[in-house]
Write a protein that binds this ligand. Sequence first.
Ligand SMILES: NC(=O)c1ccc[n+]([C@@H]2O[C@H](COP(=O)([O-])OP(=O)(O)OC[C@H]3O[C@@H](n4cnc5c(N)ncnc54)[C@H](OP(=O)(O)O)[C@@H]3O)[C@@H](O)[C@H]2O)c1
Length: 310
Amino acid sequence: MTNTNKPLSIGLLGTGAIGSVMALHWASQHLFGLPRQRGQKTCVRIKTLAGDRQVLNIPPWQGQTLDWLVVTTKAADTLSALQSWQDYLPAVKRIMLLQNGMGQQQNCADWLATAGLPCELWAAVSTHGAYRTEEDHTPLVVHAGNGSTKAGLWPGDSPPADQTGSAEIPPELPPGITGLTDILRPMRIKLAINAVINPLTAVLQCPNGELVSDPRYLPQLQALAQEIDHFYHQLNWYLPEPLAQTAAMVAQTTAANRSSTYQDILAGRPTELPWISGYLLHQARQQGTELPLTADLYHQTGESGAAHTP
Ligand SMILES: NC(=O)c1ccc[n+]([C@@H]2O[C@H](COP(=O)([O-])OP(=O)(O)OC[C@H]3O[C@@H](n4cnc5c(N)ncnc54)[C@H](OP(=O)(O)O)[C@@H]3O)[C@@H](O)[C@H]2O)c1
């Protein structure tokens, strides 16, 4: 990627946990917020990894040209959040969806094409860990675990060619994000791990580590991982090692954590499972195959049979 050191203009749609962590990386860029109420300033307060508190006051986007519009809402909110800014989107060069789950990226690509919006679509995965809490009755985002963020052009969204037919020079990415030519691969690996850990911890109501330390739960993790592993092989989707091994290792290294799905269920919020297990169930239906363990857990978490609708 090119690096001109010139500040980028970046819009941030979704200033929750991960959005606030990314905003910290972009404090020296031209950063704009896209709040629910247009024109409002966004204020985020973050406890950094070093333990200090930082406050960022982010001015509202008023239609200035953006190099990047980064979306860090939950997967389900992606389209409605973007659609509410449709009149400003011609000023956006690239949209980057930095979220877990799959399905929303293609929905967004389809909508951009239908709406005739020329901006490129990018997708990103992040291994940072952050959560929202309160301190002295004031909202606070805690950056709990350091990680990395990788992004790539959404498949099929090829860079525009110039008049000579050659592709444009790859754009400079927002600080803290590295570029990949094949973003689908890490996205699918993360999807597979989440499709094991998230529904199991939600149904068994346990922290991640108990999936491996409790002898009643480990066989369930292994069976579910095997089902998804087989399906990935059927689809020719890459996994670096047996999924049971990867999922057990992730559960162990995040032993004390509650998965986001378990947290959402405890808080009575909608989960992202339609974009994780639901997405896989949709793929399975298209292949004329079944994922009975995935389907059973999906329904036990209270998600409807409709699953993810592309
Ligand atoms: N947290 C992590 O450690 C982490 C790590 C990697 C990936 N992720 C992924 O990143 C995505 C975001 O997760 P998160 O944990 O940051 O969620 P979050 O804390 O709930 O943040 C989502 C933010 O989006 C905002 N939002 C939703 N609809 C909006 C709209 N129409 N206009 C403006 N803002 C809107 C929400 O505002 P309200 O509060 O007003 O609803 C909230 O501030 C998810 O896909 C998650 O799986 C999270």
